[in-house]
Design a protein around this ligand. Structure first.
Ligand SMILES: [Zn+2]
Length: 391
C-alpha cells in the first residue's frame, strides 16, 4: 500500500537563499493570517463559510492591489499552499481535533510549502523556482530509491536553523500479525506505563538539558534590554529549547515505533479525557511529554504497519476502577501510587491498573463494532476520522 511519508533534513541556506526564504516566509505568514481574518469575518459578519477556492480567487485579486503588490515578488505556489494549510487547520477544528486556528507569529517557526510545480528534483538535488543554486541539504538518512517528492516544506526554527521536509509516496509493507495487545497510560513519573507493567520515558533523561536551560534563561533575564548580549542570550535559550525538542521527538519516535511493532492492538486514552482532571502538575506533565504528538505518531504508524490503534474518547474511570473485580473507588488522589481494592483485596500499582483498564475498554469497544478500521479507530464515535498524515 502506498503511504505518504515525510523525510526531514537539516539544510544550509546561502545568503541569497536566506533572503528569498525570509521574504517567502513573510508572505506565507501574511497570506495565512489574511485568509484567517477573511474566513473569521465572513462567518461572524455574514454567516458565510469561505473555502480554499473562494480564497484563492480573492488572493489573486489582492495581489493586483498596489498595497499588496509585494506578494508578487515570491513564488505564488507556497502562498496557495498557505491557504491549503488554513483549510486543513479549519477541518481539524470542525472535526474536533484542534482548537480554532490562530494567527502565525513572526517569531515562531517559519515555513513555506512548495508543490511539485515549484521545484525540480533530479534524484540528487533539489532546486527551487527563483533560486539559482540547489539547496545544500545534509542527507542524514537516505530517501527511498526512485521516489519523487510530491511537496517540499522549507522551514526555519527559532534557533535560526533551516530544515527541508520532503513528502514522498512510499510502499510501506504491513508487518506480520502478532498476538500481543497493549493498553497505555500516561504516567506522572514516567511518560508511559503499559498494561503489562513496563514503564518508559524517565524524566531524568531531560534533567541535564533543563538545568542548562534554566541557566541560559537567567542570563537572558539579566541582560540589558535591547542590547547585543540580550539578543545573544536569547538565541542561546532558543538553541537549548530546540535541542530539547529534537531529543524529545527522537525519543518519541523510537518509542512509538517499538510499541507499534510489538503489538497488534494498542489502546490509549485521548488527551481531552486526561484534561478533565484539570490538575496543574498533570497539565505540565502532559505538555512535557507531548502526549498528543505521541498519539499522532502511533496513529500513522499503526496505519503504515497494519496495526490497530483504539482511542478512548469517552470518559472512563480507568484509574479508580479495580481491574480484577470492577469495583470503583469514590476518589483516588494523584499522590496515591498504590492502593488495595476494598472489595477483592488485590493490591494495585495505580498506573499499571489504569493501563490494564484502558486495554480492556479499548478491546471491548473494538469488539462491539465501534472500531472502524485499522489505524484510526475511535471508541465512542460512529464515523471514521480522517487519517492524518505525518507532519
Ligand atoms: Zn477489586
Amino acid at each position: 500500500m502506498k503511504q505518504k511519508k515525510a523525510y526531514k533534513y537539516r539544510m544550509y541556506a546561502t545568503e541569497e537563499q536566506a533572503n528569498i526564504l525570509a521574504r517567502t516566509f513573510g508572505c506565507c505568514r501574511f497570506v495565512y493570517n489574511w485568509a484567517l481574518r477573511q474566513r473569521t469575518d465572513a462567518f461572524f459578519q455574514r454567516g458565510e463559510r469561505l473555502y480554499y477556492n473562494q480564497l484563492a480567487v480573492m488572493l489573486t485579486e489582492l495581489k493586483k492591489q498596489e498595497e499588496a503588490a509585494w506578494l508578487a515578488f515570491v513564488s505564488s505556489v507556497p502562498l496557495q499552499q498557505s491557504l491549503r494549510h488554513l483549510d486543513t487547520a479549519f477541518r481539524n477544528f470542525f472535526e474536533g481535533r484542534a482548537e480554532y486556528p490562530t494567527f502565525h507569529k513572526k517569531h515562531a517557526v517559519q515555513s513555506a510549502t512548495y508543490a511539485a510545480n515549484a521545484f525540480t528534483w533530479d534524484g540528487k538535488q533539489l532546486t527551487f523556482a527563483k533560486m539559482d543554486t540547489p539547496l545544500d541539504i545534509h542527507w542524514s538518512r537516505s530517501l527511498p530509491k526512485g521516489c519523487k517528492p510530491t511537496t517540499v516544506t522549507l522551514s526555519k526554527d527559532c534557533a535560526n536553523r533551516y530544515f527541508v521536509s520532503l513528502l514522498v509516496e512510499e510502499d510501506i509493507k504491513h508487518l506480520p500479525v502478532v498476538k500481543k495487545q497493549v493498553g497505555l497510560d500516561l504516567g506522572l513519573k514516567s511518560m508511559l506505563i503499559t498494561s503489562d507493567g513496563h514503564t518508559y520515558g524517565n524524566p531524568k533523561f531531560f534533567a541535564k538539558d533543563e538545568k542548562k536551560l534554566a541557566k541560559a534563561q537567567r542570563r537572558h533575564a539579566r541582560a540589558k534590554k535591547g542590547g547585543k548580549n540580550r539578543r545573544k542570550a536569547q538565541l542561546k535559550v532558543a538553541r537549548i529549547h530546540a535541542r530539547m525538542a529534537d531529543r524529545r521527538k527522537d525519543y518519541q519516535h523510537k518509542l512509538s515505533t517499538q510499541i507499534i511493532r510489538e503489538n497488534q492492538v494498542v489502546c490509549v486514552e485521548s488527551l481531552s479525557v486526561k484534561n478533565m482532571l484539570q490538575n496543574h502538575s498533570l497539565a505540565k506533565a502532559i505538555s512535557d511529554v507531548g502526549w498528543s504528538e505521541f498519539i499522532r505518531q502511533l496513529a500513522y504508524k499503526a496505519e503504515w504497519y497494519g496495526r490497530t490503534l483504539v482511542r478512548i474518547d469517552k470518559w472512563y474511570p480507568s484509574s479508580k476502577r479495580c481491574f480484577d473485580c470492577g469495583h470503583i473507588l469514590d476518589s483516588l488522589t494523584l499522590d496515591v501510587r498504590h492502593w488495595i481494592c476494598p472489595e477483592c483485596g488485590v493490591s494495585h500499582d495505580r498506573d499499571i491498573n489504569a493501563a490494564r483498564n484502558i486495554l480492556a475498554v479499548g478491546l471491548t469497544a473494538s469488539a462491539c463494532g465501534e472500531m472502524i478500521r485499522p489505524g484510526a479507530a475511535k471508541a465512542n464515535r460512529g464515523a471514521s476520522p480522517r487519517s492524518r498524515k505525518p507532519k
